[in-house]
Design a protein around this ligand. Sequence first.
Ligand code: RB5
Length: 147
Amino acid sequence: MKVAIAADHGGYTLKEEIRKYLESEGIEYEDFGCNCEDSVDYPDYALPVAEKVATGAFDRGILICGTGVGMSIAANKVKGIRCALVHDCFTAKATREHNDSNVLAMGERVVGPGLALEIAKIWLGTEFSAGRHLRRVEKIKEIEDNQ
Ligand code: RB5
């Protein structure tokens, strides 16, 4: 699995924790910044990750900002992206099983690093259930196609 990760200044520290986790697990990843806590604009970091996932260059994306909200809104503007804003383990599993979410957003100012890493582990390790959920995801794609 290839994972694209990025954060703004509000998520930089947590992004580094995620990056170290991916590194330690031998999970292939690319870090699209930012690289320090200087103030930046989250859409500039959400877009490259979302585009890489939408084109299939990467299998999944992880985006971190202060709340996760800005990153998730921006990522979901890219066709083919199903970005889930997740701050609990139940949703991490459910959004993979039910929504086939391909980008995970989290807020560094919302969750601590311990919970965030658990969420990332669960989200990365859970497969889409397909079945009845596939029909619903197909309907999301129809909405995109009709816009
Ligand atoms: C930056 O201050 C903050 O607005 C950003 O990290 C994020 O929370 C936006 O949704």
